[in-house]
Design a protein. Sequence first.
Length: 370
Amino acid sequence: MVRDDPRLMEAKGIPVAEVLDRIGVTGLRAAGAERVGPCPLCGGRDRFGIHMRRALFQCRKCGIKGGDQVALVQAVLGLSFPDALKWLCGDAPAHIDPEELARRRARARAEEKRREEYEAKARRHAIEDAGRIWRGALRVGPDGGMVAQYLALRGVVLPEPWPPVLRLVPSHAYVKRHGGAAIQMHLGPAMVALVQLPDGNGGAVHQTWIDLSRAKGKACIDHEGAAQPSKLVRGSKKGGAIRLITPAGADTLVMGEGIETTLTAYAARAVPGAAYWAGVDLGNMSGRMLREAGNRYSGRPDMDDDRAFVPPPWVRRLIFIQDGDSHPAATRAKLLSGCRRAMALRPGLRAQIVHAGDGVDLNDLVTPDE
């Protein structure tokens, strides 16, 4: 059989860098043990990655992938396995049909365009849906109501002013995709928060389903025996934040990952006169990190990521709250990446990380025991 050909080991022994050079792959940049960049087949920007020792490669756009040098040649040059093996080992250079190669690359580019258009359409729909949810939600305040009661169960009693980005949907459907279909798994009251993009426009809503009969106020949602998270985000959150409190003249921004964590710091007046925003999730706060050989959590931002959160120009001091109830090394590396990104893009800004304590998030310190 062809795959038992002794030349296969020879082909797999060729350095990946040499194979890339021979097939004309350019524009890749180092990312630890990998190189990433535009796909040599479809051209997808920053979608292609290859491990320089193991030869594992994949494009997240057109879908080409494989695990060795022969597969790489097959994918990029459009050759069969036997011809790719001949091409690599050089004993009988294979004929590469330029017209077929052009057709393959045209199909890949067309597929990438279709996927981009689909993703853009889905993103627009999600943003529109988030806007409908937000406009239909009820304004609330500190004088009572389910949102204030929920926060009180979390140990948070807010001073004035009340965050204007918090609202209530008294009867809100909890919908997730399951088995390829959108399924309503729960119906009940939900606190919704507006996620604002860098331009100030709403991009998403953060939804927390609540049940005031439970100790911590969060609804218990179950679907076919599997527990579901009580929080979902609908819309486009990348680069955005939940702008809870922004006093006039503030130059310090305190940011936690979640609403409750950030409001705990605000209620305690941790930094008087500061703005308090929630970052939605760690990935948004940190942005994409660079990969380094032998270091799983580099803490170094990939500055080509233009969709990560960056504080506005008025921020001169940035404080990230590090919760202690998740993987400590990974969490700190992500926050460090976000701090370094902010300082690189906002000259003169000072950034720091404040740790809530091992095994807890900041809100755990004020939430009453069950």
